[in-house]
Design a binder for this molecule. Structure first.
Ligand code: GLY
Ligand code: MN
Ligand code: MN
Length: 415
């Protein structure tokens, strides 16, 4: 029902003759007979709830047709059960269902001369997309050249505002990942390897039928200064920090949390100094999130706090070198995709926060060995990241169960 309501809502934003086409992903080969774990296309999942590979949904005000893989006893013995053409209308609340291989023959019969076609949903790579060439979209574009429109902007606007079911899944994903971050704090000690701690996340996520929402970053010492580090295979050294950026997925919805803590359980003075700046930047940025505030405000606030903090420590002379130490944005939309759909600007102006949006808030400071600063600060990479829902009265931190106060971390790790 929820998917039917979403299709209705989407159509209400389009013109009366709109026909929407969205496709899901195909399996991707890893090697010989082995595929990567399958993940449905987010937009297709959002609008249909159907999670098999190779399917296309076509819907308008008075018709919903789904194209999918037909039942095939031999293929099902090898690769698992399929819903099939016969059961699909009842299960998916569709009017008709057909074999996916008949799509290009049948699509024309689902259109009239008045139809305007909306396709290219956000994230959609198209049915049987085997390379960067999107075959579905190319064939539609060729066939219906004069009456196609992009679906992306309309659907992105919808996905940007989360409904109560989505928020519930995101809260569950944030709670589970928070629990894993705290477990990691408890288990970490010098002499272990980064993959030992990665395994704590793997185990907790899998035990709840969940999985990573992106490759986790488990980065000890200097590795924390590599923003997308995911080798996760180095020794954890006494006296260094461990930065962990890891989140999980619940029914498609992501959490994305970063915590940084001392491998031996006790922050050194220089680590403390930098940590306190990042924490203050993060809390101030979160405090700026209220409905009606510009969505770039958290970044401005975080940059100000970090600039002031690093000048005070003598690490920077002025704001012009901020990017040497803080070189990424302060947040991104979060939802079915970890970097979720939705622009930060609309009609060439910065968007304002609205109830139901979910953003990450993730400032950091990264000081490499090569940086011309006091060597006591070298190899300190700290990021603190929470997932924040915009609410009527301000915001709610979905990931607040993951502790981040310096004293709380030291206390938890001393147990
Ligand atoms: N984990 C990806 C990010 O924080 O954006
Ligand atoms: Mn992250
Ligand atoms: Mn993030």
């Amino acid at each position: 029902m929820i998917h039917q309501n979403r299709r209705k809502e989407l159509l209400s934003k389009l013109d009366d003759n709109a026909v929407v086409i969205v496709s899901t992903n195909s399996e991707q080969k890893r090697n010989s007979d082995v595929n990567y774990p399958f993940r449905p296309d987010s937009s297709f999942w959002y609008l249909t709830g159907f999670i098999e590979p190779d399917a296309i949904a076509v819907f308008s005000k008075n018709n919903y047709t789904i194209f999918l893989k037909p039942k095939d006893i031999t293929k099902e013995i090898w690769n698992g059960l399929r819903l099939g053409v016969e059961m699909a209308p009842k299960t998916l609340l569709a009017n008709n269902a057909y074999d996916i291989d008949t799509f290009l023959d049948k699509i024309e019969s689902l259109l009239t001369s008045e139809s305007s076609l909306y396709f290219d949903a956000p994230g959609n790579i198209g049915w049987k997309d085997v390379s960067s060439t999107n075959k579905l979209n190319q064939s539609i574009a060729l066939k219906f050249r004069n009456r196609t429109q992009l679906l992306d902007p309309y659907l992105s606007e919808m996905r940007l505002i989360k409904d109560s079911t989505e928020i519930q899944h995101m809260q569950t994903a944030a709670d589970l990942a928070s629990k894993a971050h705290m477990q990691a704090m408890i288990r970490t000690r010098p002499g272990l390897y980064e993959y030992h701690i990665t395994a704590e996340f793997d185990t907790l996520f899998r035990k709840e039928d969940s999985e990573h929402s992106y490759p986790p970053i488990v980065a000890g010492g200097e590795n924390a200064c590599i923003l997308h580090y995911n080798e996760n295979n180095k020794l954890l050294n006494d006296g260094e920090l461990l930065l962990i950026d890891a989140g999980c997925e619940i029914l498609g919805y992501a959490s994305d949390i970063t915590r940084t803590f001392p491998i031996n359980g006790k922050f050194s003075e220089p680590q403390k100094e930098i940590y306190e700046i990042v924490l203050k930047a993060q809390k101030s940025a979160i405090a700026s999130i209220v409905p009606g505030e510009a969505v770039n405000k958290p970044h401005e606030v975080a940059c100000d706090v970090i600039t002031q903090g690093l000048i005070k420590l003598g690490i920077m002379d002025d704001a012009s070198s901020l990017r040497d130490f803080y070189m990424h944005g302060t947040g991104h939309w979060l939802g079915l995709d970890v970097h979720d759909v939705g622009t930060k600007e609309i009609n060439n102006t910065i968007r304002k926060f609205k109830v139901g949006m979910v953003t990450t808030v993730e400032p950091g400071i990264y000081i490499r060995k090569s940086d011309k600063v006091d060597s006591k600060y070298w190899n300190i990479g700290i990021r603190i990241e929470d997932d924040v829902l915009v609410t009527e009265d301000g915001h709610h931190i979905l990931s607040k169960a993951a502790i981040k106060e310096l004293e709380d971390i030291e206390q938890l790790m001393s147990q």
